[in-house]
Design a protein around this ligand. Structure first.
Ligand SMILES: *Cc1c(COP(=O)(O)O)cnc(C)c1O
Length: 361
């Protein structure tokens, strides 16, 4: 093992800002004179409650979360929301619209079918999830209790470049892999959620931002722990919240603010992604999976067309210090996940490596 940090292109858990890791390291045995680690504190202690509230306030400020919305710190995993959303929200009309543009929205679509009448409002399966349907292609049901979509398709490498207009039907969005990568008008959404392990914190925390008026209409058999109303009433502390992850999220948010907030993140996002797409488009060997106009700024998926050459690329890249570039087992090929914490320099160096590989093979 090397004592050098590598450029880690993992899709999740993934890179965190170095300053956040260093801060956590310096505080790990004795958090600011408390005599203990954040890992060892009661979640009801004064010290931790302050961490909790400050983290909530920072997220509210950075994402400009309006009044009437509650920020929840849950343990469900992003996948837990696949059940929690229909359990809590479908009761209004018994129906919901789903756009399936990749792996995770497909899983959510299937899970929701247990709880009501689920309508496929759009699908990109016809072209192997290489694109995002246009607004005009969405088949909207005005009686849907909500419209569900996944903003960034982590495995296929596509990202919605617009927020769907669904009239008065509340928007529900999985932002696990692009939250904090750009400004978002939260007031357009009924519910936003994200697993923290892509762009926010270590695995174990799921952030939910919910318009409060949507809670309290859950199906009668909804487990207490999966009821948004329980979690709103108890301020996410019906049970022990993922304390360490919440603390780490606070440190990541400090870094986001020091680097220009979400406008700053958005600039860096497309600086990294455009550089990488340009390099791949101008190569002779590599083809991107995402179609132009639908490409993700967070997960860049590409391949050579030869599995052997793909494997050679992944292994030589790892030797050169660019790790975790192998694509998901569902898609094969390569995937470079370039979340907020990936330095621009890491992508510059990866582009140089790609150019050299392209020349040599
Ligand atoms: C990673 C990911 C998930 C699954 O997250 P878990 O926390 O492992 O359940 C869901 N949706 C998207 C978009 C993801 O990237």
């Amino acid at each position: 093992m090397s004592d050098q940090r590598v450029y880690n292109f993992s899709a999740g858990p993934s890179m965190l800002p170095l300053s956040a890791l260093e801060r956590a390291g310096s505080e790990i045995t004795n958090y600011r004179g408390s005599g203990m680690s954040v890992m060892e504190m009661s979640h009801r202690s004064k010290v931790f409650i302050q961490i909790f509230e400050e983290t909530q306030e920072k997220l509210r400020r950075i994402m400009n979360v309006p009044q009437g919305y509650k920020i929840l710190f849950l343990q469900t995993g992003a996948s837990g929301q696949f059940s929690m959303i229909p359990l809590n929200l479908i009761g209004k009309t018994g129906k919901a619209d789903y756009a399936v543009t990749g792996n995770f929205s497909n899983l959510a679509y299937k899970e929701a079918q247990k709880y009501g009448q689920i309508h496929l409002a759009a699908s990109s399966e016809d072209r192997d999830h290489s694109y995002i349907p246009a607004q005009s292609q969405l088949k909207l049901d005005p009686e849907a209790s909500y419209f569900y979509y996944c903003a960034n398709n982590t495995i296929y490498g596509t990202e919605w470049q617009y927020v769907p207009d669904t009239g008065s039907v509340p928007l529900v969005c999985d932002m696990s892999s692009d939250i904090l990568s750009m400004p978002v008008d939260v007031s357009k959404f009924g519910l936003i959620y994200a697993g923290a392990q892509k762009n926010m914190a270590p695995a174990g925390l799921t952030v939910v931002i919910i318009k409060e008026e949507l809670a309290g209409h859950e199906l009668p058999y909804t487990p207490l722990i999966m009821n948004y109303k329980t979690m709103i009433d108890k301020d996410s502390m019906y049970n022990t919240p993922p304390c360490w992850c919440i603390y780490m999220l606070g440190l990541t948010l400090d870094w986001v603010e020091e680097n220009g907030g979400l406008a700053g993140m958005e600039k860096l996002k497309w600086q990294r992604a455009n550089m990488l797409y340009d390099t791949l488009d101008n190569s002779k060997l590599f083809r991107c999976h995402g179609e132009k106009g639908s490409r993700s700024g967070m997960n860049v998926t590409f391949r050579t067309g030869s599995e052997e050459l793909d494997a050679k690329f992944v292994s030589q890249a790892a030797q050169a210090g660019f790790v975790n570039l192998k694509g998901h087992r569902k898609t094969g090929g390569m995937r470079a996940s370039i979340y907020n914490a990936m330095p621009v320099e890491g992508v510059e160096k990866l582009c140089d490596f790609i150019k050299a590989f392209d020349k040599a093979n």
